[in-house]
Design a protein around this ligand. Structure first.
Ligand code: PHE
Ligand code: ZN
Ligand code: ZN
Length: 284
């Protein structure tokens, strides 16, 4: 799998922070800052050769687009999906929550297009509106899929807060087959990842799990406190929150752990290559 440049991921975060600053300090669902965030991601994807769909979440509290981009190689009836919410809370620019997951997926999408490998599965990326109002954008998306379309999605991987400054290495449904590539990548560095108990039912993977689609994902933690055992194995400060700027105005580019961000971004590439790249060429 390719190495994803954390410098490039951070450059996307700098752009998202600027977008917030220029639009009242946030990227809240449906706001000008959100719309500008969609335009930024969409423009990068289109320049790389993606066909990008904007799906208006009409049932969202603040109606605006979910952004869907599929790399048009591999069998259309076997899809692995990677998603992150692109909206912030109103209180701040949302750079760890969730510029980090959004930029991680954007850079992975760009690298996949640039490498253009032989695909054994179809890869679809999504950036959600309205997560902060209750997973609304992702729920709207799964609700509009037919049963057949849902059946095509073999796994959904979620990335919400993957660069928490005092973070840890958490994986959703860590013992599942779905989680195996994400876990294998972090295990290869001896990172001793743990189950993402804090995040259960609290991000967009829940929308997919609720309709029977297997899920996993990476997270680095939100407002819960790092234990001394976790600080011993991962470093950081025991007795402090994983992200003390969670849902606050200080969730800026200064609120990013570049080491965890790098390992998350590279782990996504590892998973994409393990799940969807290689083997014998197939016809769509
Ligand atoms: N879904 C939460 C939010 O966006 C973030 C979160 C993720 C909280 C994981 C806890 C665990 O605010
Ligand atoms: Zn949040
Ligand atoms: Zn979030």
């Amino acid at each position: 799998a390719p190495d994803i440049s954390v410098t490039n991921v951070q450059a996307h975060l700098t752009q998202l922070n600027s977008i917030a600053t220029s639009n009242g300090g946030n990227r809240r669902a449906g706001s000008a800052g959100y719309t500008a965030s969609v335009s930024y991601v969409k423009g990068k994807l289109q320049a790389a050769g993606y066909t990008v769909t904007e799906q208006t979440c009409t049932t969202c509290t603040y109606p605006a687009s979910n952004l869907i981009a599929e790399w048009p190689q591999g069998p259309a009836d076997q899809v692995v999906m990677f998603g992150a919410h692109l909206d912030s809370v109103a209180a701040g620019p949302g750079i760890n929550d969730n510029g980090s997951g959004s930029a991680t997926l954007l850079e992975n999408a760009l690298v996949l297009a640039q490498q253009n490998p032989t695909m054994t599965k179809r890869v679809r990326f999504a950036w959600w509106n309205g997560e902060e109002q209750g997973l609304q954008g992702s729920k709207f998306y799964v609700n509009q899929l037919t049963a057949t379309q849902r059946g095509y999605i073999k796994g959904y991987y979620n990335f919400d807060m993957v660069a928490s400054p005092n973070g840890g290495y958490f994986i959703n449904r860590i013992t599942s087959t779905t989680a195996a590539p994400l876990k294998a990548y972090w295990d290869s560095f001896g990172l001793q990842p743990e189950e993402n108990t804090e995040g259960q039912g609290r991000s967009d993977d829940y929308s997919f799990a609720n309709v029977g689609i297997p899920t996993s994902g990476y997270a680095a933690g939100a407002s819960y406190t790092k234990t001394s055992a976790q600080a011993s194995k991962w470093g950081g400060t025991a007795g402090s929150a994983y992200d003390s700027c969670y849902h606050r105005s200080c969730d800026t580019t200064a609120n990013i752990n570049a080491t965890i961000l790098n390992r998350a971004a590279d782990g996504v590439a590892y998973a994409i290559w393990q799940l969807a790249v290689g083997g014998t060429p197939t016809n769509d």
